[in-house]
Design a protein around this ligand. Structure first.
Ligand code: 5AD
Ligand code: SF4
Length: 477
């Protein structure tokens, strides 16, 4: 007899690391006979893979848990689990705030999820597995307790079948004062190159064309084996050799580790996206110092000049936090000036959210009002949008290579004589989003697109019809 299928509902918030973690959890549960459902009500097991970077992300999970209270009362066998960064940060507090939660698992313990779920189903009661805190032992011991379980992949959970994330660095040691990541994701550790390459090869054999290498500080990658050190640029060269992989991206970069060997590699290897996400966070030296980012605005400028030298046309994007503790209007204006200076392709802008347990929360009061934060967020966003829109006009009349990801979010479908026409979306080599009309068969292909319109976030184009050789014309004769 076949084992009975059970239904799994999983909701993921946060960064690409979490998207990848969810993919791996789903893969491990499918092996136990689980199938995905998009209804938390119908599910036997409901999992939330959570984020702790900002308060708002946590609030959303606690309210989603609140909405499940009745369902759990009606069906006490339904298993509810909280995974990821908030599980690691809040630990037992989650059981206190939502006593009907069955399972709490930190990001370094996700390999235990199937076992823990089966113990709960057998009546073992609430279960919690988290990694050691940053002060709970020796470095090696803490590192081990944060190791991830990457080789298990599930093609159906990927952003698209043609794209996949591969983790290369886990954790973070930079300890920016606002950031909870170093305490919830543990010490910075680079994965062995052999493991990364085996995973990338497996993905290529499954039809994956684009790989995004992940790390909180991805370009800090370094792996020592005896006498041999593999630098980030060495790893990029090795991934580049894998047949079938057409594009390689990597996020997120730490400005101080953007060395010339990395820039040279991005310039010389054709599969590498000409796109660098290197967050500046603030344009003020005083704020960067309070954030303990480890660089000054001059350091960032020097790095950006080198990017322009090696890669004159590359797209650079950034993250910013507005309303960090004590941020004056002048300090905020320095951030506005930096957006004008660097003309980022895009910026992710966040209002500062105090995180208990960070040095920022300990040292400085969260003294910028919500209203000022919101207003600065809007001003910075307006400026960035203006710049993105102006710079995107340069693409008008140009042809770009687009890896087609699938139907666009607002996909419309027209049926024409030669089949259904879909609105498709994909990205250029410099990570710009392109929307155009095409058909189902083009998904997963790399196509030349001529751009005829652009706004701040999107380029619009038409597929360039290829020249067809005369031999094809003779086929029908
Ligand atoms: N408040 C607001 N934004 C934050 N980020 C990290 N921590 C916080 C915080 N406490 C932002 C940073 C980082 C991005 C992923 O999230 O800009 O680069
Ligand atoms: Fe957080 Fe700074 Fe590490 Fe990025 S580099 S994850 S912002 S501590």
């Amino acid at each position: 007899m076949f084992p009975m299928t059970k239904k799994l509902y999983i909701e993921t918030v946060g960064c690409q690391m979490n998207v990848l973690d969810s993919e791996l959890v789903v893969a491990s549960l499918r092996k136990e006979g689980y199938e995905l459902t998009d209804s938390p009500q119908a599910a036997d097991t409901v999992l939330f893979n959570t984020c702790s970077v900002r308060q708002h992300a946590e609030d959303k999970i606690y309210s989603a848990l609140g909405r499940l209270k009745n369902a759990k009362q009606e069906n006490p066998d339904k298993i509810i689990g909280v995974l990821g960064c908030m599980a690691q940060k809040d630990q037992k507090l989650i059981f206190q705030r939502a006593p009907y939660v069955d399972l709490i698992v930190g990001p370094g313990q996700l390999h235990q999820v199937p076992q823990l779920i089966s113990e709960i189903a057998d009546g073992a009661g609430q279960q919690m597995e988290v990694s050691l805190g940053r002060k709970d032992g020796g470095r090696a011991e803490i590192e081990r307790s944060h190791e991830s379980f990457d080789p298990l992949r599930d093609p159906t959970m990927r952003p698209t079948p043609y794209q996949a994330y591969v983790r290369i660095v886990i954790g973070c040691d930079k300890f920016c004062t606002y950031c909870i990541v170093p305490s919830v994701r543990g010490p910075e550790q680079s994965r062995p190159p052999a493991q990364i390459l085996a995973e990338a090869r497996q993905l290529a054999s499954e039809g994956c064309k684009e790989i995004t290498l992940l790390g909180q500080t991805v370009n800090s990658y370094k792996f020592k084996e005896g006498e041999r050190t593999t630098r980030f640029s060495d790893l990029l060269n090795a991934v580049h050799e894998i047949p079938g992989i057409e594009r390689i991206k990597f996020v997120t970069n730490y400005p101080k580790d953007m060395t010339d060997d990395v820039l040279e590699t991005v310039r010389d290897l054709p599969k590498l996206a000409k796109y660098l996400h290197v967050p500046l966070q603030s344009g003020s030296d005083a704020v960067l110092d309070r954030m303990k980012r480890g660089y000054t605005t001059d350091d960032y400028r020097e790095m950006h000049d080198r990017i322009r030298e090696w890669l004159p046309r590359a797209a650079v994007s950034s993250d910013f936090i507005v309303g960090f503790c004590g941020e004056t209007e002048d300090e905020f204006q320095a951030t506005m000036d930096s957006v004008r200076e660097y003309r980022f392709k895009n910026s992710f802008i966040f209002k500062y959210s105090e995180r208990p347990g960070t040095k920022g929360a300990e040292r400085y009061p969260d003294d910028i009002t919500e209203e000022v934060k919101r207003e600065r967020n809007n001003r910075l966003l307006d400026l960035q949008n203006e710049i993105s829109e102006a710079d995107n006009q340069d693409f008008l009349g140009r042809e770009v290579e687009v890896l087609v990801e699938g139907p666009s979010k607002t996909a419309t479908r027209k049926d024409e004589a030669d089949g259904p026409v879909l609105q498709l979306t994909g990205r250029t080599m410099c990570d710009r989003i392109v929307v155009f009309e095409g058909n189902q068969r083009q998904i997963g292909e790399t196509l030349p697109i001529a751009i005829y319109d652009a706004n701040a976030h999107t380029l619009f184009g038409n597929v360039v019809t290829q020249h067809v050789g005369p031999e094809l014309f003779t086929l029908g004769v």
